[in-house]
Design a protein around this ligand. Structure first.
Ligand code: 5CA
Ligand code: ZN
Length: 412
């Protein structure tokens, strides 16, 4: 699939320090990225309906900061993102609205691309749909079947294929949940712990055999379509290889999604899936998590249509640390617009304040668990002081403007 176009990134001198981020699997801050060459990043992409709400944007922005920090450290970045362009919720929405599921997926993926581009989020190198990856998914399931970890459910009518999660090496190595809590979450997030005929409640669907009225593709497993977790496992292994640097997504993906991807990958390759599993907090609205199922959504495209500057939307999100859950209100955007105007006011004028300390503070903040609020505070301090004293050093201003663009993706 085609991604979106890449914004230009001003070149800064290299600061070789690698960032530390919070890894859900070890529950600790870990340094991520290689000491040279390319860092490898996988971020779970959208299921293309109700895109792009501020929760989505917040998550992709978090990993955009990681991407930019790695580049600032002089590393290359190989970034892969999927599009879940066939799955139950997409088919349900298409059915409910009378739109062909392919058309819905295409139209929403396009809207997402436009929003990402407007927000100056660096595109993935491999932007890959589930449908186009079906041969990879089938090959991976065949490989897992050879290990005995994949079986057909005891159901005469629909003997779908399942992966034995709790029997696989490393079960709960990412999510560390107790089994009662995990079972409830599994049921909430697309799992089917109570389906008769499964060997274990936590076994997850990898290949759903064809049903009347549903899309299906021929394969050695029978005519059918991929389950959710195996889609990301197959795409990441194909485009990044095992033991890549960071598997990312929102915190709602820790379990079951990232847990099960990690289990499937280890079972197939004998190696860890990722070095670190990094999760962005959930954005809420009107008292609840912003989610398609609740319909309490604020769309990036609607804000843009209403005339809000995408850089203000970006700043509104950056004002919250990527790991905190927070609730969006209009005041977030108003404050970001005020900040943007103030920054632009000063940064179009010469200043007598040197820039190096401020740029160093932004870099320190990003390396310390992508602390965007601390980075914004450092810029605020510089802007405030410049407002008071003015000056005549155009180079300092140019340096701050370039650093904001390269490191925070905010173009003034
Ligand atoms: N296609 C799958 C991942 S393979 C999926 O979860 N799609 S999604 O469209 O539901 O979500 C896309 C990304 O946005 C995921 O990383 C998800 O964790 C994140 N996300 C969804 N809702 C929110 C929210 N309210 N706040 C923050 N991130 C969110
Ligand atoms: Zn995923």
């Amino acid at each position: 699939m085609q991604a979106w176009s890449r914004p230009e990134i001003p070149t800064l001198d290299v600061d070789p320090r690698r960032p530390r981020v919070f890894d859900s699997a070890t529950q600790a801050l870990v340094e991520v990225g290689p000491t040279g060459g390319d860092a490898r990043l996988y971020v779970c992409g959208i299921t293309p309906y109700d895109a792009t709400h501020l929760g989505h944007a917040n998550t992709y922005l978090a990993f955009d900061l990681l991407n930019r920090t790695w580049r600032d450290a002089g590393l290359g970045v190989t970034y892969t993102q999927n599009v879940t362009d066939v799955d139950d919720p997409l088919l349900e929405r298409a059915g409910a609205t009378g739109v062909a599921w392919e058309d819905l997926a295409e139209e929403q993926t396009e809207l997402f691309r436009t929003d990402m581009e407007a927000l100056r989020i660096l595109p993935p190198d491999h932007y890959v749909g589930a449908v186009e990856s079906i041969p990879l998914v089938v090959a991976l399931i065949e490989r897992l079947r050879d290990t005995g970890l994949v079986y057909q459910v005891a159901d005469d009518e629909h003997p779908d294929w399942y992966f034995r999660c709790s029997a696989a090496e490393g079960f709960m190595g990412v999510a560390h949940l107790d089994l009662d809590a995990a079972r409830a979450i599994f049921a909430e997030r697309g799992g089917d712990p109570d389906r008769p005929g499964k060997d274990d409640p936590f076994d997850c669907l990898v290949w759903r055999l064809a049903r009347e009225g549903e899309p299906a593709w021929p394969s050695s497993l029978g005519q059918g379509r991929p389950g959710w977790h195996i889609e990301c496992t197959a795409i990441a292994l194909e485009h990044l290889g095992p033991h890549f640097d960071v598997q990312g997504g929102g915190a709602d993906l820790v379990f079951p999604h990232h847990e099960m991807c990690a289990l499937e990958a280890r079972a197939a390759t004998g190696e860890p899936f990722a070095h670190a599993y990094v999760h962005a907090g959930m954005v809420g609205y009107q008292g609840e998590k912003m989610s398609k199922s609740k319909g309490n959504l604020v769309f990036v495209s609607k804000l843009r249509e209403a005339g809000h500057d995408p850089m203000a939307i970006r700043l509104a999100l950056l004002a919250h640390h990527y790991r905190t859950d927070w609730e969006y209100t209009d005041a977030d955007l108003a404050a970001a617009e005020e900040r943007l105007a103030r920054w632009r006011g000063v940064l179009n004028e010469p200043s007598s304040l040197p820039a190096a300390e401020t740029i160093a503070a932004v870099r320190d903040a990003l390396r310390d668990d992508l602390d965007a609020p601390a980075a914004l505070a450092a810029v605020d301090t510089w802007v405030e002081a410049s407002e008071t004293i003015g000056g005549d050093d155009t180079d300092a201003v140019c340096a701050v403007v370039a650093a904001l663009d390269a490191l925070l993706g905010v173009r003034l």
